[in-house]
Every structure is written in structure tokens, then in C-alpha cells.
Write a protein that binds this ligand. Structure first.
Ligand code: ATP
Ligand code: MG
Length: 436
């Protein structure tokens, strides 16, 4: 079997639950249910769907995300188009591509837009539970709004999504919040940080000395216990935020308070991309080990300009679908049953035409009917009917059809009797079932 081809490491097949698999990844029914719920929730907030390409010019991400971010430095799937030499990259996130599209189509000409998309993202990371090389995100963006109103609306929309998925806010997922200020405030803080660490150069470890001028903020993330006291006493960005930034942050917090949504201000919360400013947030869980962030986002008022567009305020988030579904699966939350209403057992080939007409009439009434295909004994067909999880078996046997009837056999409810119905009246039965 050595010539059997396999998927690329870190890139997963998403399959129906009936396919046994060792890796225990969420099955496609969970994905479908998530997508349906997303469409329903986002529609209620007026978000519109869009799709952008999976492949973009490499320069888009280098310019958009920032040259010294983890993603651009070491996680991008970049390649040269063998046909024409173009530098291309499989998108590692969705926001840069969406902003590129908005600028290209002058899409905000008629006013602000609320948008969402869903799809595959690619990052060359070490694969582990909740971290893959191809993964999927729900991505939501509110473009042309300065906030703070829409910042809060976005966060509340995620809370509603959690509720409709059965996740308990505060127990299964919690909200962390921070303000990253404006670029000038960040620069003042950075300068103060460099001065502070220079003044204590003797206490810096080798890593920190290397980062002192390239990325001093990263020193704050040190895992070295010997440097903890130094880092704890370092200048804090909060102390460099001006009145406008603080007013924006206070307004977000006040609105969340009013909406009864608890949050923790985490002054250490930064995001992986350079483009964020003001409000940033993450929804985190304790149940997935170190892959605990299921949703992260914030404001990125500078990105449009960075990508050659007019200055445009914007805010958005990305939600990691694999992580979220793993969480839902691990918590054992009830997921709506995807089993068909009925399984059609077909006596023999001569039964097929009338069976098909009848099944179509049921589907026209909105019933999900799984038709047995491929023939076989009635006994074998009943086995399949049971395995399908259907509530009823519809038996199109020679005896029933001779009387112009179909037998309806309950498969799940003990004590419910089998009935015979005229073929011409099954639509009425479907309506009874629906209204029951
Ligand atoms: P992390 O800190 O876990 O690497 P990140 O900050 O790189 O996450 P974002 O770029 O903010 O992640 O992406 C938004 C969400 O997408 C994350 O919160 C996470 O749920 C999901 N995500 C990011 N990278 C991966 C990955 N490699 N595999 C699966 N999901 C991912
Ligand atoms: Mg990452």
C-alpha cells in the first residue's frame, strides 16, 4: 500500500460521522450545524456574505500584517507561480484580502459595510490538537465604522453565537479585552520601554538583549523567572493612552457592562498582526490546553491606508472553527440530530417508479427521506434503515403496492403501531408529522 497518497501533514479531511477515524476530529454534521447557526445569527445583525480568493500576492500580507510578525516571518505558504514568476501566498488570514477587495472595488463608496466570510486559511505551524496547517475561520468585518458602538455590537454578536451553539459564557468561554491605543501612543510606550530596559541592561537575559531594539514588546512575554520582577515593573501601555483612546475604551466597557457581559481587562493581550489599534479582544477557553483562543479580533483603523486605500476605520474578528468544534465536542454539547425523517425500503425493481413518486411528494412537504438504493433483501434494507437513525421506515413492498398503499413503520418510538397509508395521501401524513 506504499503507493497510496495521503493528505499533507496538518491538513485534515472533514468527513461524515459514519466514517470511523482515529483522530476524533469533529464530523461534517457539526460543521453544517455551525454554518447554519452562523448564517442565522449574522443575518440578524445585517452582515452580508462575501468571498475573496484563497491565493493573494505575497506583498499583500507582508504589507498588511507587518514584516516582523510571526505569520510573515515563519508561517506563510509562499511560492512562485511557475507560469509567470509571480510571488503568491496562500492566505494565512482573511482581513488583508477583504480590505484589498474593498479598496480595489471602491466598495465603501456608498457607505459602511458589515461583511462576513468563511473558509480555509494556511499557516506553516507545528501541527497539534487545535493547531493545523490548513484550518478554517469565520471572519467578520465592520468596515467604515469608527466605533465604539460597532465594537460592542460585534462582541455581543459572538455572545449570541455562543448561546445558540449551547456554550455558556463565563463557564465554557470568557471574554478578554484590552486597548492597544493609537500608533503614536504605542511608539511613546515603546521608547519608554527601551529606555527602561537599557537602564537595567545588566538584568536582561540574552534573548531580551537581542530583542531590545528589534521588538522590545516581546521581552514582556519572557518565560524567564529571573526577569519576572523586571518585566512586572516595566512601563505599561495603559499609562501612555491619551484621553480619546481612554474614552473609546471606557465606552466599550460601559456598553458591555450595560449588556451584562462580563469581561476581564488583560493589559498583556496583544494580537499577532501589526494592524490592530484601540479595542482588541479574545474569547478564550480553559478546555483546549494551550490552544485556548477560539476567537480573536479588534480594531484596525490603519489597514486601509496601509494597503493604498483611503483612511477607513474598521473592526473585525476571526473565529477558529476547528478549535470551536473541538470544544463543543469535548463538552458533549447537544447537537441537533441530522438523521432523516424516513428511510424508504424498496421491495423490488418494479416498486421503484411508484416509490419515487411518493418519496418526492414527501420531500416536497419538507421531509428528509433517505431512499434505499442498490436493491437487496427487505431484512438487509431494514438494517440500513435502523442504522440511518430515521424515525420511520416506509415500506414499498409488493403486497402494500398491490393495495395502492405504503406501510409506515415507526423505528424509534416503542408502542407506536405500524400503519398503512394510501400512496396518494402521504402528503397529508407528512403534514400531520410536521404539525405534531
Ligand atoms: P494562536 O495564538 O493560537 O497562534 P493567533 O493569534 O495566531 O492564534 P489569529 O490570527 O488571531 O490566531 O486567528 C484567529 C483564530 O483562528 C484563533 O483564535 C484560532 O482560533 C484560529 N487559529 C489560528 N491559527 C490556527 C491554526 N494554525 N490552526 C487552527 N486554528 C487556528
Ligand atoms: Mg498563531
Amino acid at each position: 500500500m506504499s503507493n497510496v497518497l495521503k493528505a499533507i501533514k496538518g491538513m485534515n479531511d472533514i468527513l461524515p460521522g459514519s466514517v470511523p477515524r482515529k483522530d476524533k476530529l469533529p464530523d461534517s454534521a457539526l460543521w453544517s450545524w455551525f454554518e447554519t447557526t452562523v448564517r442565522s445569527v449574522l443575518g440578524r445583525y445585517g452582515y452580508q456574505y462575501l468571498l475573496t480568493p484563497t491565493v493573494e500576492p505575497t506583498a499583500l500580507f507582508v504589507r498588511g500584517l507587518g514584516e516582523v510578525t510571526d505569520i510573515v516571518e515563519k508561517e506563510m505558504y509562499s511560492f512562485v507561480d511557475a507560469m509567470n514568476g509571480d510571488q503568491l501566498t496562500l492566505r494565512p488570514e482573511a482581513t488583508a484580502g477583504i480590505v484589498r477587495a474593498m479598496v480595489e472595488h471602491n466598495a465603501l463608496y456608498n457607505g459602511p459595510l458589515r461583511l462576513w466570510t468563511m473558509g480555509a486559511m494556511f499557516r506553516h505551524e507545528r501541527p497539534q490538537k487545535g493547531r493545523y496547517r490548513q484550518f478554517h475561520q469565520l471572519d467578520v468585518e465592520a468596515l467604515g465604522f469608527a466605533g465604539p458602538d460597532v465594537d460592542v455590537e460585534l462582541i455581543l454578536m459572538v455572545r449570541r453565537l455562543w448561546q445558540e451553539l449551547g456554550l455558556v459564557v463565563g463557564q465554557h468561554v470568557r471574554l478578554e479585552l484590552n486597548s492597544l491605543g493609537q500608533p503614536a501612543e504605542r511608539l511613546a510606550h515603546r521608547n519608554a520601554l527601551v529606555a527602561y530596559f537599557e537602564a537595567h541592561a545588566g538584568q536582561l537575559d540574552e534573548d531580551a538583549r537581542r530583542r531590545l531594539h528589534s521588538n522590545p514588546l516581546r521581552i514582556l512575554d519572557t518565560k524567564n523567572p529571573a526577569m519576572q520582577a523586571l518585566v512586572d515593573a516595566a512601563p505599561r501601555l495603559m499609562d501612555f493612552l491619551g484621553p480619546e483612546t481612554l474614552a473609546h475604551f471606557d465606552a466599550v466597557k460601559a456598553a458591555l457592562d450595560a449588556a451584562g457581559l462580563a469581561y476581564r481587562v488583560n493589559t498583556r493581550l496583544v494580537r499577532g498582526m501589526d494592524y490592530y489599534n484601540l479595542t482588541v479582544f479574545e474569547w478564550v477557553t480553559d478546555q483546549l490546553g494551550s490552544q485556548g483562543t477560539v476567537c480573536g479580533g479588534g480594531r484596525y483603523d490603519g489597514l486601509f491606508e496601509q494597503l493604498g486605500g483611503k483612511p477607513t476605520p474598521a473592526v473585525g474578528f476571526g473565529l477558529g472553527i476547528e478549535r470551536l468544534l473541538l470544544l463543543i465536542q469535548e463538552l458533549g454539547l447537544a447537537v441537533p440530530d441530522a438523521a432523516p425523517d424516513a428511510y424508504a425500503v424498496i421491495g423490488d425493481a418494479s416498486a421503484l417508479p411508484r416509490a419515487l413518486v411518493t418519496i418526492e411528494a414527501l420531500r416536497a412537504q419538507g421531509l428528509a427521506v433517505l431512499m434505499h438504493a442498490g436493491g437487496g433483501s427487505i431484512k438487509a434494507q431494514f438494517k440500513r434503515a435502523d442504522a440511518s437513525g430515521a424515525r420511520f421506515a416506509l415500506v414499498f413492498g409488493a403486497d402494500e403496492l398491490a393495495q395502492g398503499m405504503v406501510a409506515i413503520k415507526p423505528l424509534r418510538e416503542a408502542g407506536l403501531a405500524q400503519t398503512l397509508r394510501p400512496l396518494a395521501e402521504v402528503a397529508a401524513w407528512a403534514r400531520e408529522l410536521r404539525n405534531a
